[in-house]
Design a protein. Sequence first.
Length: 99
Amino acid sequence: MSNLVPRLGNRVPVPAPPIVREIQQAKTERRAAEIESVAKLTSLEDQAKAFLTHQALSNTAALVNQAEAHMQTAPAGARYYEQIIGAYAQGAARRIGNW
């Protein structure tokens, strides 16, 4: 049974000196500030990406509406309208995806 009992005697843990606690507190605060900074940056990037996506969708819809109007006056350009809109939409999607 003596092998199971630690041989520390009556030792009481001694608290760390104030300077050690201050250093640990400073490290903790720095790490918390880093985490907060990363979270804010991630949120800002996400908001920017959502804004760009919204803008690209709105622009694509406007181009489609414009192409539909042009179809009434110049139907021969239909295949070009489609190519132009497709090129714009693909480029916008690629830029947003590569953000």
